[in-house]
Design a binder for this molecule. Structure first.
Ligand SMILES: C[S@@+](CC[C@H](N)C(=O)[O-])C[C@H]1O[C@@H](n2cnc3c(N)ncnc32)[C@H](O)[C@@H]1O
Length: 269
């Protein structure tokens, strides 16, 4: 199966809807919102959410009064985003689209979210196309948020914490290759080919696409390794401590790659 068909087949199972609502996804959502708000242009402003999934971030931004536009390569995600927007009484422009070649005019957006496409593009030339498209559709001074999966996440999260080796004995053989090249073959049944970044590589890719990298943080802290995460998130004090730990160590250079997601904030000069 081609890489793109595998990706579509994986997401067409509907696994994305609700992912950000609980457990590690909830930590990812809350921390990403926090990081996005630090540099988000003030309203009125238009945010293009590219690789939007079912639109959780876009709907949040719409609820804050931003104009939002969504593109995603998976039709189910666009249908889900339109349904969620209808339910919320929000009007959005959501269409199927590829982050590498957007149907949007130059300079139309004040901010771009790229929270997904970069870790689905194993080919460096595709990642560059994706970043250059984000730059093209941003107005000068506009802000891009670029998410990546950390190079060490397959071993630390999928293999160690989730004990991937129990169901997928091949995982152990694949990990050294992932760590060397960044390219992640499907590690589990029905998975997709992905790409994992080292923090310095993400910064370099963002900068060589013509952005000024304003910040680069790790998103989830050690939340991914807490076996009782759900319990902690249900308790107000525990939840605050989990999020504070993630925030306090978000830029510590020697810990950057430890967490599942990296998030770069970049400005179009
Ligand atoms: C893990 S999901 C993240 C969704 C959402 N942005 C979030 O952060 O929850 C990755 C998303 O990127 C989308 N995607 C992957 N490659 C893409 C491409 N080339 N163009 C547009 N969307 C893409 C997928 O369909 C999927 O919805």
């Amino acid at each position: 199966m081609s890489q793109e068909r595998a990706l579509r087949a994986y997401y067409s199972l509907g696994k994305e809807e609700g992912r950000l609502g609980a457990g590690l996804g909830a930590v990812e959502f809350e921390r990403t919102q926090e990081v996005v708000l630090r540099h988000l242009p003030s309203k009125p402003a238009m945010v293009a959410d590219i690789g939007s999934g079912p639109g959780r971030y876009a709907l949040w931004l719409a609820s804050l009064g931003y104009e939002v536009l969504l593109r995603d390569i998976v039709p189910l995600h666009i249908e889900q985003a339109l349904t969620a927007a209808r339910d919320a009484g929000v009007s959005i422009d959501a269409q199927v689209g590829d982050a590498r070649l957007l149907d949007l005019p130059d300079g139309c957006a004040d901010a771009v979210l790229l929270l997904g496409p970069m870790y689905h593009l194993p080919d460096a030339a595709d990642r560059e196309r994706c970043l250059r498209e984000a730059r093209r559709v941003l107005r000068p001074g506009g802000i891009a948020y670029v998410a990546a999966i950390s190079r060490w996440s397959p071993r630390l999260h999928a293999q160690l914490v989730r004990r991937g080796y129990r169901d997928y004995p091949n995982m152990a053989d694949e990990l050294p290759g992932v760590e060397q090249t960044g390219v992640m073959p499907p590690l589990v049944e029905g998975g997709f080919v992905g790409y994992t970044h080292r923090p310095g590589d993400l910064r370099r890719e963002v900068e060589s696409a013509g952005f000024a990298c304003l910040d680069l943080v790790a998103v989830e802290g050690l939340a991914f390794a807490l076996p009782d995460l759900d319990e902690r998130l249900a308790d107000e004090t525990d939840r605050a401590v989990v999020l504070e730990a993630a925030r306090v160590i978000e830029r510590v250079p020697e810990l950057l790659g430890l967490r599942p997601h990296l998030l770069a904030t970049a400005r179009r000069p």
